[in-house]
Write a protein that binds this ligand. Structure first.
Ligand SMILES: [Zn+2]
Length: 245
């Protein structure tokens, strides 16, 4: 028995299947990651094929069968297609990275309401202010790691407990965590923060106020988080979307 499900969703990925169909992977706030087949979706005449396109925010109706990995779409309506993002190479790159992270880190049959809302909000920001896309991506990256339980302990030195914000800089060892300048002298570390860069990370992770930070810091912190994730997930080899351009 299949049941008819209606849900909002964000299209993460889409690919050709067979001669005329498409398979798409979407994230829904209450069903988690869903894969669907759109029969005849490669034809220009297919309305569903047009609506269910990568990056689109849609309302989807599909026949759900738990025993099946790929569900059959019955109807799809467009909510937002983020045309601003699609006009700008930089925002396209960072929005693709948002989709890529969601694709890698979410699973089926799980609720992701907050994560879903957060992703839509960030895409709306990127759509409106394309030149700030890297900053919005960084904010999303931190939010996503916190939402999914990769909570990082950044406030104090792992070894002596010193409050790191008061020290000259912080070092990070991907196995041991964050350490102060003093404790790092006799230990190996893989990433070094200047005091200013470290403060930027703390501000962003605390979500206290809108913190605007230097562009070079944004790239630096994205690089750090990517390495952080690579350390925690063996199969993760870095964000392909960011290597494209
Ligand atoms: Zn210490």
């Amino acid at each position: 028995m299949s049941e008819l499900v209606k849900t909002e969703a964000l299209v993460l990925r889409k690919m050709d299947f067979g001669d005329s169909s498409k398979i798409a992977t979407l994230l829904s706030p209450d069903q988690g990651k869903i894969s669907v087949i759109i029969k005849g979706g490669r034809s220009g005449k297919s309305k569903i094929g047009g609506v269910v396109d990568t990056l689109n925010h849609v309302e989807l109706v599909y026949y759900s069968k738990k025993s099946r990995d790929i569900q059959l779409v019955s109807q799809a309506d467009l909510i937002n297609n983020f045309t601003g993002i699609k006009e700008n190479l930089d925002s396209l790159k960072y929005s693709s990275a948002v989709l890529e992270l969601l694709y890698i880190l979410t699973v089926s049959h799980q609720e992701y309401d907050r994560l879903f809302r957060g992703a839509i909000k960030i895409l709306k920001y990127m759509n409106g202010e394309q030149n700030m896309s890297n900053y919005y991506f960084l904010k999303f990256f931190i939010f996503l790691l916190q939402e999914l339980g990769y909570e990082f302990q950044f406030d104090n030195c792992t070894f002596c407990g010193t409050e790191l914000i008061r020290t000259r800089g912080a070092k990070f060892n991907f196995e041991l965590g964050m350490m102060c300048d003093n404790c790092s002298k006799e230990r190996i570390y893989s990433y070094e923060f200047s005091q200013e860069l470290f403060e930027a990370l703390i501000c962003l992770s605390r979500k206290e106020t809108e913190t605007l930070i230097k562009n070079s810091f944004v790239d630096n912190l994205i690089y750090f988080l990517e390495r952080y994730l690579m350390f925690h997930i063996d199969e993760f080899k870095g964000l392909k979307s960011l290597q494209l351009i």
